[in-house]
Ligand binder design. Sequence first.
Ligand SMILES: Cc1cc2nc3c(=O)[nH]c(=O)nc-3n(C[C@H](O)[C@H](O)[C@H](O)COP(=O)(O)OP(=O)(O)OC[C@H]3O[C@@H](n4cnc5c(N)ncnc54)[C@H](O)[C@@H]3O)c2cc1C
Ligand SMILES: *[C@@H]1O[C@H](CO)[C@@H](O)[C@H](O)[C@H]1NC(C)=O
Length: 164
Amino acid sequence: MRPLSLFFLLLFVVILPSFFYLKASIHTREQITPLPEINKDVITGPVVMPQLGNATIKAELGRSSWNLLHTMMGRFPEHPTTDEKEALRSFIYLFSRLYPCGECATEFQAILARYPPQVSSRVAASQWACAVHNIVNQRLQKEIFDCGTVAEKYKCGCDDEKNA
Ligand SMILES: Cc1cc2nc3c(=O)[nH]c(=O)nc-3n(C[C@H](O)[C@H](O)[C@H](O)COP(=O)(O)OP(=O)(O)OC[C@H]3O[C@@H](n4cnc5c(N)ncnc54)[C@H](O)[C@@H]3O)c2cc1C
Ligand SMILES: *[C@@H]1O[C@H](CO)[C@@H](O)[C@H](O)[C@H]1NC(C)=O
């Protein structure tokens, strides 16, 4: 094959198609809005949702939310990195902003102001969550939970990380 026809062959079969493919994929990527830097105001801002009147739904939402929170703490690393600690702290504050029961969220934000999230370890986070749940229990005149049993109740396989 002559060098010139080899050049055109390569141009049409390899070079041009890959150029247009790359151009298209860069274009698609540009259309995805990048995540903004989350600033402190976003993390610690005010409650978003309105009042949730229905007591049945409020209680059901509460049970599933506490289960999520306690299970999250029960599986949080025993020795978290700085990044992991900050992720959990931000999550808790954002959870308090976005909790779907507005009046509950307002109360919870007041609790957070007095009892800031403890994120230094699994034990610290679990005990903190148990304590704030007990504050809510107290306000709703429910039984106080024994926080000594919280690791057992929400361990979800954490004793054996390989099977978790
Ligand atoms: C952040 C938040 C704020 C809330 N604020 C309000 C509010 O202002 N008004 C309102 O009416 N409802 C509120 N709720 C809902 C309320 O806390 C209950 O979830 C709901 O009333 C159902 O109660 P329950 O008796 O089924 O048990 P829940 O309190 O939902 O607890 C579920 C189970 O968790 C276990 N448990 C109990 N205490 C603890 C603890 N301290 N640590 C670990 N495990 C525990 C027990 O096994 C219990 O059965 C809130 C829920 C959340 C998550
Ligand atoms: C609350 O919600 C439940 C479940 O959707 C419903 O059965 C019940 O009728 C509602 N109660 C009121 C007072 O609206």
